[in-house]
Design a protein around this ligand. Structure first.
Ligand code: GMT
Length: 377
């Protein structure tokens, strides 16, 4: 290893793939010998066991009575500056431009130019927030002023350039999963608790936001179940959950659909499934499709955003236009009704997850970026 680095990481710690990726990256860097400081409003949910190289600093928001809204961003910026000074951090790696990169840049102004800021874009700050003109200048500022900017798909890079008129370099760093955690698990006995032996299992994991098009998941499942006995596992919670539950009832599928709520051991649940459904309207990457791929489970879904960079159509899954649920259902049936084709897809999934999205490779890519911005190549 070159120099041991002292790295601060800020992310949304309690939800979504961006928090998972940021936390897993921190854990890998710590394992490699770097000192990693998480600076977030609560403990990252996948942080897990004690490690001598991992530190957690909680951001506390001041609720001083004259504030109409508690100023989380200012509390974060001042905590970042404080931790950088006290711990002698070399750089901050922040996930999302808003508010994290803006806060990191403010901290940099407070502590000095030697502090470097690496910003990773995950999607919604570009695909949703940047559409709002009242905030787009701030996002552009955060991107242009960061010492290095990365994005999780080529599609997101293009979208960022187009939406915000950005010309600076943005590096492609795909998301990854830890191959020691995500692999096909032996779940035969667990499967008996969920389904009959002849049942095929379809799974959908998300935060049930409208962009995930969860009603499409039900539509696909209903069509598949007409032809092949199957079950649908829903993992996660969010705004569209009650709508989905009503629809399941309306279609008389209550006995066939299992709502698992939020779950931690995702690799175990995915291993129960035959296919992952991801019919999203927007998806800069689609981490759940990679989690499924690493467990040998093909994804059927939409070709939105960065999904086609992850799921190779016709090899590790099938992709259709957004909302084309009939085609998606036919593609699920194609895989479920042809054992040899399914075996080929599943094998291709394992191969692709272990090579293109290998954790060691992506971690090294981030490490190179860190050394480069610090001038220690
Ligand atoms: O998809 C979400 O609503 C959550 C969001 C997040 O903050 O985790 O996901 C974004 O980042 C993930 C990790 O890079 C990507 O896998 C998701 O595709 C991306 N979501 C969207 O672009 C909608």
């Amino acid at each position: 290893m070159k120099d041991r680095l002292k790295i601060g990481i800020t992310c949304y710690p309690t939800l979504g793939g961006s928090g998972v990726v940021a936390t897993e990256l921190g854990k890998l860097l710590a394992e490699k010998g770097h000192e990693v400081h998480f600076i977030t409003h609560s403990m990252p949910f996948r942080l897990g066991r004690f490690d001598k190289n991992i530190f957690y600093h909680e951001v506390e928001v001041s609720d001083y009575y004259v504030f109409r809204y508690p100023p989380y961003d200012l509390s974060l910026a001042s905590k970042l500056a404080q931790v950088v000074k006290m711990q002698g951090l070399d750089l901050l790696h922040v996930h999302y431009a808003i508010p994290h990169a803006v806060c990191a840049l403010l901290a940099k102004q407070m502590v000095g130019e030697h502090l470097k800021v690496v910003t990773t874009l995950h999607g919604t700050d570009i695909t949703v927030l940047a559409q709002d003109h009242s905030i787009s200048d701030l996002i552009r500022f955060a991107i242009n002023q960061s010492d290095s900017v990365t994005a999780v798909s080529e599609d997101l890079i293009q979208e960022t350039r187009k939406t915000l008129d950005i010309t600076r370099p943005i590096e492609l760093t795909y998301n990854f999963v830890d191959k020691r955690v995500y692999y096909p698990r032996d779940v035969k006995s667990l499967k008996k608790e969920f389904a009959d032996p002849e049942d095929k299992i379809l799974i959908h994991i998300s935060n049930f936001r409208p962009v995930k098009r969860v009603m499409d998941v039900i539509d696909i499942f209903a069509r598949v179940h007409e032809q092949v006995p199957s079950r649908l596992l829903f993992v996660g919670e969010g705004p569209d959950l009650s709508k989905v539950m009503s629809r399941v009832k309306e279609l008389g599928l209550t006995q066939r659909v299992i709502f698992c709520g939020k779950q931690d051991d995702v690799a175990q649940i995915i291993s129960l499934a035959d296919v992952m459904l991801l019919p999203s309207e927007k998806e800069s990457f689609g981490l759940v499709a990679l989690e499924a791929m690493a467990c040998g489970v093909p994804t059927i879904g939409s070709n939105a955003g960065g999904i086609p960079e992850l799921v190779t159509h016709g090899e590790t899954g099938f992709l259709s236009g957004i909302g084309q649920t009939e085609e998606m259902a036919n593609n699920v049936l194609l895989l479920l009704q042809d054992e040899e084709l399914y075996r080929q897809f599943s094998q291709a999934c394992l191969e692709r997850a272990r090579t293109t999205f290998c954790n060691d490779r992506i971690m090294r890519q981030y490490e190179e970026i860190y050394y480069r911005v610090l001038g220690r190549e």
